[in-house]
Design a protein around this ligand. Structure first.
Ligand code: KG4
Ligand code: ZN
Length: 376
């Protein structure tokens, strides 16, 4: 079964080709460079870039998969959640393809893509976690952390989702992006903050760290630590960072008045990035462990979303799985940030379990759902 999958939900134009769970190609055209100077994704710019690129990305995905258009059995596309005018570009392209090829249309929830990204089979015919059939992973608890979502999901079967906890305001990735802005580190924040935290760890190991930096007060509160539920608030952490950075700058100014060697922002920012990551992880961990303790029958812990690119986050989540006797599944690198490969996987399960498959004659009604939820 050949699935052609499309994702234009945010700032990546992506098309993938799958043969069942095996990803034959997953081409991503990133718009990061276009949005960088605005410090975030600008919907109008995203829409224009998707329109310009989708034809090329589609052709490239088909070529790399070594298939022909006529081999496609299903056309899958993200219908939400995401930016309305960006989603529309992918949906229109998928509709046209589905009706031209006379093949069924599979509307996919982007978060189901992140959830099942770790079940992909690579070109060597292997799944990194050794998953042979999807039912091996249920019941599962998933932690999905991206630029727009922070959710803990419990699922007994494909298509059946309970959102146990979610962010009440900013998403975890969004906090990385906003804190990076506070620190003048550019967009997107996650990769730079991780890079600088790595530098801090190196400095500590090699004994190169300035001792004045270690003395600066960088204590940050763990958001929603005692809230009693499983929800998150990363906007609180962002605000705490804003005030803390202001205090640190004042403190550094005082120190520099008397110090022989002056402290620069590049000296202390590495430690701040490291501490920010640790507090973010703590915030995720507290709620995740609570969820695991509630759902005693869970068999696996699945993680997904752009923040999973952070190796500190993945390592801690993998340890939590181990400590709780859960099978741990994290996506391969190429399926962590937005990509159509993961959309194709979710579509594969939809086809397998006959969930929401639309005949090409009935697609005119198909529309974007910007706030689509997994438990809808
Ligand atoms: O899943 P994704 O690619 O797009 C959405 O669906 O939102 O996630 C993007 C988010 C951005 O906020 C970005 O800063 C974050 O993932 N991110 C990271 C890292 N790499 C990307 N966050 C923390 N550490 C990283 N290494
Ligand atoms: Zn995403």
């Amino acid at each position: 079964m050949i699935i052609l999958a499309i994702d234009t939900s945010c700032d990546e134009t992506s098309v993938a080709v799958l043969d069942n769970r095996r990803v034959l190609s997953s081409v991503v055209s990133s718009q990061v460079e276009l949005h960088k100077k605005w410090g975030g994704v600008v919907p109008d710019i995203a829409r224009r870039a998707h329109k310009e690129n989708i034809g090329k990305v589609f052709k490239e995905a088909v070529k790399r998969a070594k298939i022909q258009e006529k081999d496609i059995d299903y056309v899958a596309v993200t219908i939400g959640p995401g930016l309305a005018i960006a989603l529309e570009v992918g949906i229109d392209f998928a509709k046209e393809l589905s009706s031209r090829l006379k093949k069924p249309f599979v509307p996919v929830n982007h978060m189901a893509g992140h959830l099942f990204a770790s079940t992909a089979i690579n070109l060597a015919g292997k799944n990194p976690a050794g998953i042979k059939e999807d039912f091996e992973i249920f019941p599962l608890i998933a932690l999905l952390v991206s630029g727009n979502h922070t959710e803990i999901i419990y699922s007994k079967a494909f298509g059946d989702y309970e959102i146990m906890g979610e962010t009440l305001d900013d998403a975890c990735g969004e906090a990385f992006d906003k804190v990076a802005r506070i620190l003048d580190l550019g967009y997107p924040g996650g990769p730079t903050i991780t890079f600088l935290a790595d530098q801090y760890v190196k400095d500590v190991k090699s004994g190169k760290l300035n001792e004045l930096v270690e003395k600066l007060d960088m204590n940050l509160p763990v958001p929603m630590e005692k809230s009693g539920d499983l929800n998150f608030s990363f906007s609180g952490l962002k605000t705490a960072c804003l005030y803390k950075v202001k205090n640190i700058k004042e403190e550094v100014e005082k120190i520099n008045k008397i110090a022989k060697v002056k402290l620069k922002q590049s000296d202390w920012v590495k430690r701040f990035c490291y501490i920010f990551i640790q507090v973010s992880i703590k915030a995720l961990e507290i709620k995740l462990v609570k969820a695991i303790n509630i759902k005693h029958d869970a068999h696996s812990l699945v993680v997904g979303g752009g923040v999973i690119n952070n190796h500190y986050v993945v390592r801690r989540m993998s340890r939590i799985a181990k400590e709780n006797g859960l099978l741990f599944l994290a996506p391969e690198k190429r399926f962590r940030s937005d990509n159509a490969g993961m959309i194709g996987l979710a579509a594969y399960y939809q086809v397998k379990y006959s969930i929401n498959i639309v005949n090409y004659n009935d697609i005119s009604e198909m529309d974007r759902i910007p706030n689509l939820r997994l438990d809808a």
